[in-house]
Design a binder for this molecule. Structure first.
Ligand SMILES: Cc1cc2nc3c(=O)[nH]c(=O)nc-3n(C[C@H](O)[C@H](O)[C@H](O)COP(=O)(O)O)c2cc1C
Length: 383
């Protein structure tokens, strides 16, 4: 795959604006929005951007490297693709586009339980390098079957999600009738007709469905029945009793995603997790929540020698990645950004977005005169 970026779209705002013009409104708003009054989503980015870094120009230094180790693996850059449900709704075939691009760029791709590509296909496209995010299944048998499939597919990391005890309150989705799965109202259909490339590609790749869950979904359900089936099948509420059998069964690395407190970090360490992702689901769950950069600083100060601490929510650029790594994260993830890329540039969107973020991040490393990603905290201005 050619690794280059389209100079007409050098920033995330450019990609987002183009994506907004090409994706039907109900799907774009599902991707783009936060919850309630959008306080947490804007706080995430604005508070990352308060972090300042200090360059060191007069040191004798070598060529810098953006290679980064996390959970025993080495990647080409300190960022990866966060799990996003229903990706094919936002841009047709986007999970395939993103998994291929992540593999070509040697960055991690995390597949959501409820996205529109199966575990097996993700594994095929990434030669067994995709991570898998698990929503907690209510039934033990289903849980064990999905874990067996992730293991057979060679996934190195299982990411257990803890921050969806209930669905977020998202006014746009309520207004658009966008339940999970989406209802096709007249308004939504009219919006689709106004976005011909999206509509053509949806016809080409077919109606997006929950591919990983297909073997468990009874055939012939209408959309409402499918929604009820999903509600019954997954229980977002996690506790030690539910986590223990997962830790006992899963032999690979286990990561808890959605951590926002010291107490949950202590519990994750005690329960045997290898890593946590400090995350507030991109501001989609609790509008009154703290920004992840602030949660991160409190958590890394005490626990970074006991568990690998990663972060997502609010990052949109290379400088944001550098600020987050300088604040103590071992690795970062982004969700919306890569879907903006696909919405804007289709099949080239994954490659472009990753190339752009790599270029921006490397420029910050060069400017700081920082040789190694793990040295970024030395450039953090703390007063
Ligand atoms: C449209 C959308 C769907 C998401 N679906 C999931 C999901 O299925 N599983 C999950 O663990 N996180 C999900 N997330 C959260 C992301 O993994 C990630 O935490 C978040 O997008 C990070 O914030 P950012 O979008 O500001 O980068 C979703 C996020 C978005 C925007």
């Amino acid at each position: 795959m050619a690794q280059e970026f389209n100079t007409a779209y050098p920033s995330m705002d450019d990609l987002r604006n183009k994506a907004m013009r090409r994706i039907p409104k109900f799907a774009f708003e599902y991707l783009d929005g936060g919850c309630n009054e959008d306080v947490n989503i804007s706080r995430n980015t604005s508070e990352i951007r308060e972090v300042q870094l200090q360059p060191r120009y007069l040191r004798n230094r070598g060529i810098n490297s953006t290679k980064t180790k996390v959970l025993g693996m080495e990647y080409d850059a300190p960022f990866g693709i966060a799990p996003v449900g229903l990706q094919g709704l936002m841009w047709p075939n986007s999970p395939e586009i993103l998994a291929k691009a992540a593999f070509a760029h040697n960055i991690p791709f995390i597949l959501s339980t409820v996205t529109t590509m199966s575990i097996e296909r993700a594994s095929e496209l990434t030669e067994g390098n995709a991570w898998f995010q698990l929503y907690n299944p209510a039934e033990d048998e289903l849980r064990d079957d999905i874990i067996n499939r992730a293991e057979a597919a060679g996934c190195p990391v299982l990411v257990l999600l803890c921050d969806v005890p209930t669905f977020g309150y998202r006014p746009r989705d309520i207004r658009n009738g966008l339940a999970l799965p989406p209802k096709m109202s007249v308004t939504n259909i009219l919006q689709i007709l106004g976005k011909p490339t999206w509509a053509y590609n949806t016809l080409k790749y077919g109606q997006p469905t929950f591919e990983t869950l297909k073997p468990y979904t009874p055939e012939g359900l209408n959309l409402r029945q499918l929604g009820q089936f999903m509600d019954k099948t997954f229980s977002g509420r996690l506790n030690e009793e539910r986590i223990k059998p997962i830790r006992d069964k899963w032999k690979g690395k286990l990561v808890l995603k959605g951590v926002a407190s010291e107490q949950d970090t202590q519990d994750a360490i005690r329960m045997g997790f290898d890593g946590i992702i400090v995350s507030n689901h991109g501001g989609r769950q609790l509008d009154a929540a703290q920004s992840t950069i602030n949660s991160l600083s409190e958590i890394t100060a005490k626990y970074s020698d006991q568990i690998e601490i990663m972060m997502d929510s609010g990052l949109r650029s290379g400088p944001d990645i550098a600020r987050t790594m300088a604040s103590g994260a071992k690795f970062t993830f982004m969700g919306r950004s890569f879907l903006y890329g696909c919405g804007a540039l289709g099949n080239k969107g994954g490659d472009h977005t990753i190339s752009m973020l790599k270029t921006q991040f490397k420029q910050v490393m060069d400017q700081l005169c920082c040789e190694r990603v793990e040295d970024l905290p030395k450039h953090l201005i703390t007063n």
